[in-house]
Design a protein around this ligand. Structure first.
Ligand SMILES: [Zn+2]
Length: 91
């Protein structure tokens, strides 16, 4: 249900420490920090509930702003009916 430290580190290195959504520079030590600069979190590209695995290729590095923003709705798709709650507890 959660990425291991290794997977997260690999994913972070793979994107050179930039948010994969907005391109903001992140600070590795600031994982999970909503305050200050460089805060970020790892999220699943394919949700675990849909069979997503805890592996590097399913790990997305996003800054806190993008992490907490609602998932982008692609054109032609209906927005999800379910509203996601806070996910700070997910590790
Ligand atoms: Zn971002």
């Amino acid at each position: 249900m959660a990425f291991t430290e290794d997977v997260v580190k690999n994913a972070f290195d793979r994107v050179n420490g930039y948010c994969q959504v907005c391109g903001k520079k992140l600070v590795y030590a600031s994982r999970g920090s909503a305050q200050g600069r460089g805060g970020w979190e790892a999220r699943h590209i394919k949700p675990v509930l849909e069979g997503g695995k805890d592996e590097v290729r399913n790990c997305m590095i996003v800054c806190m702003e993008c992490y907490n923003a609602p998932a982008p709705v692609r054109s032609g798709e209906r927005p999800p009916a379910r509203v996601e709650g806070p996910r700070f507890g997910e590790r």
